[in-house]
Design a protein. Structure first.
Length: 356
């Protein structure tokens, strides 16, 4: 073994390697494996990004984007930190609040990056099993009494199940202020009204809460890698201390401002996803397939992905094998472009009866 790698091999041996969703062999229109936005970004955002290309010789200047975003959230600038995707935030959180001798709590299965960031920091990872795809908030709260971080994605990935703001308030009130509560809202743009979360209310009420979001999903700029945190200024300041300089690139900053100024496009794409999600769940119910009620832009169905792989490949569609997400025997299906979903349903109608 390479001597340099040998020095660290024991520390990283148990770390899971993130596996991105595989694209189909042909057109990316059939890629239903990565929870991307099938309709793409809106025209206002596209023009803003194109214009920003003329400034690529300059270092990124994020103050304007931060001010615009903070105003849209109803918080002061010092309550917001931009990052290179929300995944960078996970690593920043682990760097500041975790480390050897500390503990973090996750649902099981969890979002993979939460686990990876925790383990890389040297902290102990405590897993609390989900119940019917949902966080067991009482057990999470019990486990977090001596922890330093508790990760709570809602809607959850990989299940899509969400919790309400009322449930979050009750949960957070049970967590000691020495434990940072991370509410991951990556899929928050797709929820029905009863699951809407107001990060300003959470952060104003609780000093130990951080809400993280991303532009990768309903804002449709996954390729630019930009996310953000909303928290009290002292939490934001601690994270800013360890964040690399110029972490967010100029094109991503242009996307932030354009997205805030173009809410209609996000609202339209989110509505399309909710409609497609409801249609897919109705089809699964008709076929007698168990699924988890989703508030995200995907549905987790109890179908062996290996049985679907061949027939879907024949029509140039790829989905996500639940085995890669810690849920073998299940398949995660992203809500895609409407014609793609029609083709997907046709395959399900052919294949599912042979599996029952």
């Amino acid at each position: 073994m390479n001597a340099v790698v040998k020095r660290v091999s024991e520390r990283i041996a148990a770390l899971p390697v993130y596996q991105p969703g595989k694209p189909p062999m042909g057109s990316l229109i059939g890629k239903l494996s990565s929870n991307e936005s099938s309709l793409g970004s809106g025209p206002v955002m596209s023009r803003a990004i194109t214009s920003a290309v003329n400034q690529l010789h300059l270092y990124p200047y994020e103050e304007s984007a931060t001010t615009t975003l903070a105003a849209s959230l109803g918080v002061a600038d010092d309550h917001v930190l931009l990052s290179n995707g929300s995944d960078e935030l996970c690593f920043l959180i682990a760097t500041v609040f975790l480390g050897a001798g500390r503990q973090a709590v996750v649902g099981d299965p969890c979002y993979a990056i939460d686990a990876t960031a925790t383990l890389i920091s040297g902290a102990q990872l405590i897993r609390v099993p989900l119940v019917d795809g949902a966080h067991d908030l009482d057990q999470l709260a019990n486990a977090a009494q001596s922890a330093d971080v508790v990760w709570v994605p809602t809607p959850h990935n990989p299940t899509g199940v969400a919790v309400t703001q009322e449930q979050l308030f009750k949960f957070i009130s049970k967590i000691p202020e020495t434990c940072l509560v991370v509410i991951d809202q990556a899929y928050g743009g797709y929820v029905d009204d009863e699951f809407l979360i107001d990060p300003a209310e959470l952060v104003n009420e609780f000093p130990h809460v951080l809400v993280q979001r991303t532009l990768s999903k309903n804002w449709a700029v996954a390729g630019l890698r930009v996310g953000y945190a909303i928290a009290r200024p002292e939490v934001i300041g601690a994270l800013r201390t360890v964040r690399p300089p110029f972490s967010v690139n100029s094109l991503a900053l242009a996307a932030v401002e354009a997205s805030v100024n173009e809410p209609a496009w996000q609202q339209m794409t989110s509505a399309r996803v909710r409609e497609g999600r409801a249609n897919l769940e109705a089809e699964l119910a008709t076929l007698g397939v168990e699924y988890l009620p989703s508030q995200a832009n995907f549905v987790l169905a109890k179908i062996d992905a290996t049985k679907l792989a061949g027939p879907l490949a024949d029509v140039d569609i790829s989905v996500r094998d639940g085995a890669t997400l810690g849920i073998p025997g299940w398949t995660r299906i992203t809500i895609g472009w409407a014609p793609t979903m029609v083709t997907l349903v046709e395959v399900l109608r052919d294949v599912v009866p042979t599996l029952i």
